[in-house]
Design a protein around this ligand. Structure first.
Ligand SMILES: Nc1ncnc2c1ncn2[C@@H]1O[C@H](COP(=O)(O)OP(=O)(O)OP(=O)(O)O)[C@@H](O)[C@H]1O
Length: 513
């Protein structure tokens, strides 16, 4: 019967735990997805994934298991204590004093467990980070033959984890030793004092037996509470970060409704914008940046590496908020517009796009707010010069995207198709800087040509170019240096000026020669 009850209880707890872990993970994940991008600059991927994984599991253990066991043992122990006090007040108080010593020990031990759990959590996250980084950069590791160093880096965290576990085991040993000493001394004291009390006729042998049994019961309940409390403290240590994360409020972008205009024309205005990244407050990245882009203009941004070109785009995508000044879209402060509505009307192709592990067709459709047919997908792929290579793959558009399967240029073409499919009013292209420059240049040039020749669907285009030959046909070229615009004009005007742009052009020509 008891076995059956325990079986049912275990099963119910199993189900409750499963539901709890699921709900916690969902809640934490949805909170994370709604954070500002700057939040992800300060947290590590390994850290966040272990919060979602093992840490959520720990939290559910606190609520589902430890608390329940503590409650059960507190009830059992209190019953035994009352009985003991009724049997013999002085002896009962004696056992109570022993239990209080035991509880003090377990509180100290519990605090220690809480601290160790936090450290274990931090070290596990760091070990995960190292592993994640190394495994995702396997090619670099292999080429540079740094397998041993990487193992060393990982081992360093494992050693720290082992150190903590060792100290935890030692602390557990002390706690166990303390308990056993107290437990056995209670038995000896009970037999001694009880024996004397029987001889003096104060209590009967039956009362002494009962007394010893209830003492054992009380001490064991105290032990169980202590043991579960220390594991509860351990779980609380791990839970703190999970609850801190769950308690984060969503970014303003998602809570403020904002305006939805009838149509986005694509007028962009940076009005005296200054900016520094939240993680590097002391380094100004943009300073008094002013720029007006009328609808349909193709504007190229060029400049040395680190001059702030991608930051301009980050602000335009509202991934970060300006620290000073404001950005206006179609004359409205960007902050007042509904961010989802705005982003649905912006097409963006990053420097070296990474695709999702789903088929090519789904990657092209990704995030498109309209209902999309296969013809639409193929149309966008054709515009992005991606159709031919996709069709030549054995599974065509149904091919599962794998990082190794496609070249950087091919991934970029898929990302261009994704951006075009949205039929965006503002198109942002960040040309690749890496070795796939020539292919990237060809891709970006193709899109610019298509945009400029399609007079019906004129879009505002912002293109960050590293290969200056890519953007010679742009309506306007903006040259940036140290977070400021230092020159502006079309290709011919800027060459005539013989400033930074002309120097960059000469430098690239020398590099090619
Ligand atoms: N997330 C970030 N957190 C902190 N600093 C950043 C961040 N992103 C960029 N920076 C810094 O801001 C400055 C401008 O970077 P940005 O990427 O805008 O330059 P860029 O002109 O686009 O460079 P590149 O041509 O190499 O892409 C750099 O000093 C860079 O180190």
């Amino acid at each position: 019967m008891q076995v059956k009850i325990f079986g049912v209880r275990g099963c119910l707890f199993g189900i409750a735990n499963m539901i709890l872990v699921k709900r916690l993970r969902e809640r934490l994940y949805s909170t994370l997805l709604l954070q500002d991008i700057s939040f992800f600059d300060s947290e590590t991927v390994g850290g966040l994934t272990s919060r979602l994984g093992s840490d959520c599991q720990q939290v559910s253990r606190v609520i589902g298991n430890d608390l329940n066991l503590i409650l059960r043992n507190v009830l059992q122990g209190s019953g035994a204590l009352i009985y003991l006090l009724i049997l013999s007040l002085p002896l009962g108080l004696c056992v109570l004093a022993i239990c209080i010593s035991l509880s003090t020990m377990m509180l100290i031990y519990g605090q220690y467990q809480k601290k160790s759990a936090k450290l274990i959590q931090e070290f596990t996250a760091s070990a995960n980070d190292v592993a994640q980084e190394t495994l995702s950069l396997m090619r670099t590791v292999r080429v540079y033959g740094t397998e041993k160093q990487e193992l060393g880096r990982y081992k360093q965290w494992l050693d720290k984890l082992a150190g903590i576990s060792l100290r935890q085991s030692a602390a557990y040993g002390f706690w166990n030793f303390g308990f056993n000493t107290l437990y056995h001394s209670t038995q000896v004291i009970a037999v001694l004092i009880g024996g004397m009390s029987i001889l003096s006729g104060h209590i009967t042998a039956e009362q002494l037996t009962k007394f010893i049994l209830y003492s054992e019961w009380l001490i064991y309940s105290t032990w169980w509470v202590g043991d579960n409390l220390s594991s509860l403290m351990q779980s609380i240590g791990a839970s703190e970060k999970v609850f801190n994360l769950i308690d984060l409020s969503a970014s303003d972008q998602f809570t403020v409704k904002g305006l939805k205009l009838q149509k986005l024309m694509g007028r962009i205005e940076f009005d005296d914008v200054s900016f520094h990244y939240p993680s590097r407050k002391e380094v100004p990245v943009l300073q008094h940046f002013n720029l007006k882009v009328p609808p349909g203009e193709v504007v190229a941004i060029v400049g040395l590496s680190g001059s702030g070109k991608s930051t301009v785009v980050n602000l335009l995508l509202r991934l970060y908020e300006p620290t000073n000044g404001e950005i206006l879209i179609d004359g409205y402060p960007m902050k007042e517009l509904n961010v989802r509505w705005l982003r649905e009307r912006i097409g963006y192709v990053g420097q070296e796009p990474r695709l999702f592990r789903m088929d090519i067709s789904s990657n092209i459709k990704y995030g498109c707010p309209r209902d999309i047919s296969q013809q639409d997908v193929e149309w966008a792929a054709k515009q992005a010069f991606a159709h031919d290579f996709i069709s030549s793959l054995p599974n065509g558009y149904q091919t599962l995207v794998d990082d190794d399967l496609l070249s950087g240029g091919q991934k970029q073409r898929i990302a261009i198709a994704r951006a075009i499919l949205r039929d965006p009013s503002i198109l942002i292209l960040d040309e690749a800087t890496s070795a796939l420059d020539a292919e990237s240049e060809h891709n970006v040039k193709g899109v610019l040509r298509a945009v400029q020749s399609d007079l019906q669907a004129r879009r505002t285009v912002i293109v960050i170019a590293h290969r200056l030959s890519t953007i010679q046909t742009a309506d306007r070229i903006i040259v940036m240096d140290g977070g400021k615009i230092v020159e502006m004009g079309n290709h011919t005007e800027l060459l005539r000026k013989d400033g930074l742009y002309a120097r960059l052009i000469r430098r690239q020509a020398d590099a090619v020669a």
